[in-house]
Design a protein. Structure first.
Length: 737
């Protein structure tokens, strides 16, 4: 090797330009885990490759030809090109800056024969510069700030990256290109340091530069939250789709291994059990694990057991924990992401991740949204759906965790994210069955929405957007499984125990009034219950929602509330009906034919006389008696004085007759069914109603009994001798209309 005196033979070239770099580019085939993190955390992603700078700043662009010539001459004379050059980046480290830190990978510092350090020294000598030490590294990303959590979070991700080892046969010269909308480093030339056949060397086109759509215009460009120029997702074709391996548990070797694509199950299911659960990540460092056993027992409970389980807010630690549990390995042998603690797997990309577990094999893609860190995990299970017909249907399950918050921008983001997902599903899976499950973060409480509008934190346009999202679900053919189950009385959802319940709060999965963790994480000022978590379905075959239930609800232990997460989980069982031929046969048996009535029935005179003779038609006296009874009931419940039943109630409510009386088909023996619609809770209403009814004894009002039925609470009354049934429904928007 040449000494300092020999290096004097080369002309000195200043190294002071940030527009060029002499570096080692890591092969893109070995940088999957690194680039997965760089894409989210490194501002240089899409502008620089995964690289190790030997000299940066480097020479000015006009001096590049001379520098390349001197470097080649020096290496030809002093470097043995018969030897391969290998680096192993096995250690993670951190540089602290004023407002944030840089996390990187580097060689073991105890290594004395580093090729990187040798090559840097020789390159400096070739340029007539004195050798100078440098911390040679490959950047993984930058932290958001210098808090301990921010530093340790990204550092722990880098530490989980499998050992990065590669051979290289050339040094790359990069030059900054300022001609496009985004500055990026372009490949300028190489300095060969090994035989071409021995090791990888970079070439054009530059694999690291994010390409704009071919017809991209200025409107296709945007600026993210950190002021960086980004390319918007303008179409399905241009959308950034990421696919990854599905892992299955190998019981013989006790490890999670990558599934072979040919191992997709041939099982055909006549029903589908699907569960969704937001497990709530602890954002503090070091992360706590106190809730882990409760989460595990909840996930393994009968109320949560499913064919497909969609988890949100999954961290590296938690995924490693649950995938080490034998019961999980048995119930869910297939998972979208393997345990990060396994040396050959690597970390999850985000702080809060979507992970799908299943008892069936599947492939998956991640559909990126425009918002950083957000996207949908779309799992394809193949032709697994069977309704006992000759054909089978492909099943696609999309796991989502949409942007949180109730602001104009967050609601617009949610709407855009759902539109992106729907466009992808229509484009790629229009003929398939869809299930979309997860934490939608869409506020459902009308009280919350109305309060936000009155306080000016959202606009009327945002309220309209929230309404349009529900409409778009219907337009896409998606049904809300809980809503269907509730109508068909197949839901087993525990309602909020708080007294007042407004529209949109039934079936809530996020209830700050009854869940201490939800109270701590609630992002709305009023803290109302919300039905954030949903399971939507669209199938090409006939199906029904046979059951829907919650799991992971708060419980009391030694007088203290124990709750696994701030969200309750939701599970739906979807049953695929019989084949079309069987359905048609059933429909034919139940078909009703229309036929003109015979002469004896087409004339109503004789029928009327029979009904009158049997006292089936009420008399004028009975008609008036019922009118008076209904008016008295309204005055008593409304709390109005005198005979003016039209005066405003002291509480927003309205009483309407329903059933036979409302339809005008009542008889002398019929009672009057009344429904009161109001804005207060059922519990509060019946307390108030009972007080007022008891005081109205002198007006001919008597409370006969209180009935607790499956359909709700009912009061059986007698008013002026007329039997009346009174029920209540809390529905603020109906009252307003």
């Amino acid at each position: 090797m040449a000494g300092t005196q020999e290096s004097q033979q080369f002309d000195a070239i200043r190294i002071n330009s940030n527009d060029t770099a002499l570096c080692i580019i890591a092969p893109d085939t070995t940088c999957g885990h690194v680039d997965q993190l760089r894409k989210l955390y490194d501002k240089a992603y899409g502008k620089w490759p995964a690289h190790i700078n030997l000299i940066y700043p480097f020479v000015t662009p006009e001096n590049l030809p001379r520098a390349q010539e001197q470097l080649k001459a020096y290496f030809d004379e002093h470097l043995d090109t018969s030897k391969s050059h290998t680096t192993t980046l096995s250690n993670a480290g951190i540089f602290k800056h004023r407002s944030n830190s840089t996390v990187f990978l580097q060689e073991d510092q105890s290594q004395s024969d580093s090729s990187l350090a040798l090559l840097r020294t020789m390159a400096l000598q070739a340029l007539g510069q004195k050798p100078a030490p440098s911390n040679l590294h490959l950047t993984v990303g930058q932290t958001e700030n210098n808090t301990l959590f921010s530093q340790q979070f990204l550092l722990s991700k880098a530490q989980l990256i499998p050992k990065l080892q590669f051979r290289f046969g050339a040094l790359a010269i990069l030059v900054r290109d300022r001609s496009g909308p985004v500055d990026c480093m372009r490949f300028w030339g190489v300095i060969d340091i090994a035989r071409p056949e021995d090791a990888w060397r970079p070439s054009t086109p530059e694999h690291w530069i994010e390409q704009l759509p071919t017809a991209a215009t200025e409107s296709d460009l945007g600026v993210d939250e950190e002021g960086e120029v980004v390319v918007k997702n303008t179409s399905t074709a241009n959308r950034n789709l990421q696919s990854g391996p599905t892992y299955c548990f190998d019981a013989h070797q006790d490890v999670w291994s990558v599934c072979d694509s040919t191992s997709q199950t041939d099982t055909h299911a006549s029903n589908l059990k699907i569960s969704s659960y937001n497990v709530l990540i602890d954002s503090e460092y070091p992360p706590t694990h106190e809730r882990d056993p409760f989460l595990m027992s909840t996930i393994l409970s009968e109320s949560a057991a499913a064919d497909v389980l969609v988890l949100q807010e999954v961290s590296d630690d938690f995924l490693s924990y649950i995938l080490s549990i034998p019961e999980i390995q048995e119930c869910y042998p297939y998972v979208s992401h393997g345990p990060p603690c396994q040396p050959d797997i690597g970390p999850l990309p985000n702080l809060r991740n979507i992970v799908i577990l299943s008892r069936w094999c599947f492939s998956w893609k991640f559909v990126s949204f425009q918002q950083k860190y957000k996207g949908a995990l779309v799992a394809n299970f193949g032709e697994i759906i069977s309704n006992e017909s000759s054909s089978h249907q492909n099943l696609v399950v999309a796991g989502v965790h949409l942007t949180a918050g109730l602001t104009d921008s967050s609601v617009a983001a949610k709407n855009e994210q759902l539109q992106t997902l729907r466009d992808y599903l229509v484009d790629q899976h229009d003929a398939d069955a869809w299930v979309i499950a997860g934490d939608f973060n869409i506020p459902t409480s009308t009280y919350t929405i109305d309060t936000a509008l009155k306080e000016g934190s959202i606009s009327k346009e945002t309220v309209a957007t929230l309404s349009s999202i529900e409409t778009e679900f219907n337009d896409a053919g998606l049904i809300d499984t809980w809503a269907v189950a509730r109508v068909e009385a197949t839901d087993e959802v525990v309602s909020s125990t708080y007294e007042e319940l407004f529209d949109g709060e039934e079936g809530s999965t996020f209830d700050p009034r009854n869940n201490i963790l939800a109270a701590a994480t609630s992002e709305t000022s009023v803290g109302r219950p919300q039905r954030y978590d949903r399971i939507l379905a669209r199938f090409q075959v006939n199906f029904r929602v046979s059951r829907c239930n919650h799991f992971g609800l708060p419980s009391e232990v030694d007088g203290q509330q124990v709750v696994p997460s701030d969200h309750a989980g939701i599970k739906s069982i979807l049953e695929f009906l019989k084949s079309e031929g069987q359905s048609l046969e059933l429909a034919n048996r139940m078909k009703v034919g229309l036929k003109r009535a015979g002469p004896c029935l087409s004339q109503s005179t004789e029928l009327d006389s029979v009904l009158v003779a049997g006292d089936m038609f009420p008399s004028e006296e009975e008609v008036q008696q019922r009118k008076n009874a209904l008016e008295i009931l309204k005055r008593v419940i409304y709390g109005t004085s005198g005979d003016d039943v039209t005066s405003a109630s002291d509480l927003p409510m309205v009483i309407v007759p329903v059933g036979s009386y409302a339809l005008g088909v009542w008889t002398s023996g019929s009672d009057i069914d009344c429904l009161c619609i109001g804005t207060i809770s059922s519990k509060t209403f019946f307390k108030l109603a009972r007080q007022r009814l008891v005081k109205a004894h002198e007006q001919g009002v008597r409370v006969l009994r209180k009935v607790e039925a499956n359909t709700g609470t009912m009061l059986e009354l007698s008013v002026l001798g007329v039997d009346m049934d009174l029920q209540y429904c809390p529905a603020a928007r109906v009252v307003e209309r």
